[in-house]
Design a binder for this molecule. Structure first.
Ligand code: CMP
Length: 143
């Protein structure tokens, strides 16, 4: 079964959106298999956003994601990677459709509430960066 890495960013935590966001994925029928509130160390942020290291906004991106607690999660389900991206909406909240998380709650491209893996390769990399095997629960769930 496919797994993805999702993270409520510091702006989403500050704005009390953890419950709302978890609820959307629960109601959709996905299974939460790992979750933790954490402040991301600089070195982990740089690894997580490594593909953006040459972008002009890299410094800003790392500063923001390490600025306060994030809520990191692993979700499991059929085609969860692509479906979660659809539920999140486009990166730029101004373009994100109403009904998506960024369309409903996002403010700017930097403060866009949530991060989600964009491919099976990045999901595997990101899950392993943030979660030990012992922090992921293997359990049965109906639906
Ligand atoms: P995320 O899905 O976490 O992955 C990379 C992030 O870079 C993206 O969401 C945006 O929040 C951020 N980003 C993209 N473009 C810009 C930009 N021009 N300025 C600041 N942040 C950006």
């Amino acid at each position: 079964m496919e797994k993805t890495f999702l993270m409520v960013k510091p702006d989403g935590v500050q704005r009390n959106l953890i419950g709302e966001i978890v609820s959307r994925f629960e109601k959709k029928g996905f299974k939460l298999v790992g979750a933790k509130l954490m402040v991301i160390p600089q070195s982990l942020a740089e690894k997580h956003y490594g593909e953006h290291k040459d972008k002009p906004f890299f410094g800003e991106l790392v500063d923001f994601i390490t600025s306060g607690p994030v809520f990191a999660m692993v979700w499991e389900g059929e085609e969860v990677i692509a479906t979660a991206r659809k539920m999140m909406g486009t990166t730029k909240p101004q373009d994100a459709a109403p009904g998506t998380i960024r369309g409903d709650f996002g403010v700017t491209v930097g403060k866009n509430v949530i991060h989600g893996s964009d491919s099976p390769e990045s999901a595997e990399k990101e899950i392993n960066l943030f979660f030990d095997q012992s922090e992921q629960s293997d359990y049965e769930k109906d639906n």
